[in-house]
Design a binder for this molecule. Structure first.
Ligand SMILES: Cc1cc2nc3c(=O)[nH]c(=O)nc-3n(C[C@H](O)[C@H](O)[C@H](O)COP(=O)(O)OP(=O)(O)OC[C@H]3O[C@@H](n4cnc5c(N)ncnc54)[C@H](O)[C@@H]3O)c2cc1C
Length: 411
């Protein structure tokens, strides 16, 4: 049995940053990071393009370089990082069961940080009908295949989604010698920032079919085509392709949170946390994309820095106030994170609330209501758009009563 001060599940940007912050205080080897993959680093490890590290490292690097930096920092700080170590369950409040190639382990810690990230919904979860040929991947699977295993993909791809990660998939396909013949999105506008889809369309010449969805996968053995439907008219056409990439549509990797019986947020589907990133179980915290699927890696890393401060307070015996008021997302928002405000607690990471919208609002007038009263309204100078996190300054919640009714965020 291992008995570190802190055990962190997930060696992605959130877990590694939390480890680098906590290890100097706890001592060498007293912070244990577990990851089921063969190497630490999380998603950036196989996301071989630039665009990582802006807000935490203050420079832009590639995914693999970013992953290496965070692993080196955590190790140099004294964290013990163990790979090929899958956490499979709980054997107590802050006690984990771990499976490794050399056998099973039990880890009893004073604090647990869940930083298990998020994944893209695969075909089955998206209920796409049709045949079951080879050649259908999520972006995560595609990048794993191309960058870590140096395997070939096909020659003609259709990409489902038009958000940031969808363009990342297009770049990976291009590197692998596979042309993207079409991107489809059910939304009326491409979901990525204009800064991505405008040059993306111009440079890569990809066609983005908005207001469309895939209604059939065709192919025996290998993918041969997909059927694409215009949602407004029902008109269908067949697009020949040998590769289909399913991007976006995120789901937090929340199995451990569920099996622990932690309160889950019905919107994010991750654990329900307060602004200190505490879950409903004392001494169990959560950070990164597990809480907001999906935001950028630097935001996950800064969550890690934030949660480390509150894990330290917990280790020092600090007890949070019992009273907490829910923060609720009203339509068109699907979720807001964090979802609880506790008396006496700090602002959330980066002084921002994170929200996800179902429809494009170019000039969002965000409202904050409590107990039937409008407390604040502010025009946010950036659009709320599907397919990316919408960030709202925390000071919009000034005047809320942390002992009052639910705080409702709407438009
Ligand atoms: C294709 C793609 C392109 C992207 N491009 C960019 C970009 O250009 N810039 C940017 O900033 N962000 C980008 N992102 C987003 C970024 O990668 C994520 O925001 C970031 O990796 C989230 O960090 P995390 O630590 O929360 O989770 P992750 O990086 O997902 O790490 C979670 C870790 O937990 C481990 N784990 C899960 N469950 C268990 C378990 N039970 N036991 C042990 N280990 C477990 C996993 O193996 C994984 O290593 C991209 C994402 C994708 C998918």
């Amino acid at each position: 049995m291992l008995t570190p001060d802190v055990v962190i599940v997930g060696a992605g940007p959130a877990g590694l940053t939390a480890a680098a912050e906590l290890a100097p205080r706890c001592g060498t080897g007293r912070v244990l990071v577990l990851d089921r993959e063969a190497a630490a680093g999380g998603i950036p490890r196989h996301s071989d393009h630039t665009g990582y590290g802006i807000r935490d490292l203050k420079r832009v690097v590639t995914g693999p370089a970013y992953a290496r930096t965070l692993v080196d920092r955590a190790r140099a700080a004294g964290a013990d990082i163990r790979t090929e170590a899958t956490v499979t369950g709980w054997s107590g409040e802050r006690s984990l069961e771990v499976t490794t190639p050399s056998g099973r382990l039990r880890v009893d810690a004073r604090a647990v940080v869940l930083a298990t990230g998020a994944r893209e919904r695969p075909r089955a979860a998206r209920l796409i009908p049709g045949d079951r040929p080879a050649g259908v991947y999520t972006t995560g699977q595609l990048q794993n295949l191309v960058h870590l295993h140096h395997r070939e993909v096909g020659r003609r791809a259709v990409v489902v989604g038009a958000e940031l990660v969808s363009w990342s998939a297009v770049l990976t396909l291009r590197e692998a010698g596979c042309r993207t013949v079409l991107m489809t999105t059910e939304y009326d506008t491409p979901d990525a920032y204009a800064a991505f889809h405008v040059p993306g369309r111009a440079l890569l010449k990809e066609a983005v079919a908005t207001g469309t969805r895939i209604t059939r996968i065709i192919g025996h053995g290998r993918l041969e085509a997909v059927e694409v439907e215009e949602t407004a008219t029902g008109v269908r056409r067949t697009v020949a392709c040998d590769t289909l990439i399913l991007t976006g549509s995120w789901i937090p990797d929340h199995e451990l949170a569920r099996t622990a019986g932690l309160d889950l947020d019905p919107g994010t589907k991750g654990p329900l946390v307060d602004t200190a990133l505490r879950t409903s179980r004392p001494g169990v915290f959560a950070a990164g994309n597990l809480l907001h699927a999906v935001d950028t890696a630097d935001i996950a890393a800064l969550d890690g820095r934030h949660v480390a401060r509150h894990v330290r307070l917990w280790l020092d015996g600090h007890q949070p106030h019992e009273t907490a008021v829910p923060i609720v997302a009203d339509e068109p928002f699907r979720w807001v994170a964090p979802g609880l405000l506790r008396v006496g607690d700090p602002a959330p990471p980066r002084d921002r609330l994170l929200l996800w919208t179902e429809r494009l609002v170019r000039v969002p007038r965000v409202t904050v209501r409590q107990d039937g009263r409008l407390l604040n309204r502010r025009v946010i100078p950036w659009p709320a758009a599907p397919g990316r996190v919408f960030r709202v300054p925390w000071n919009l919640l000034r005047n809320v009563d942390p002992k009052g009714g639910p705080i409702r965020i709407g438009l």
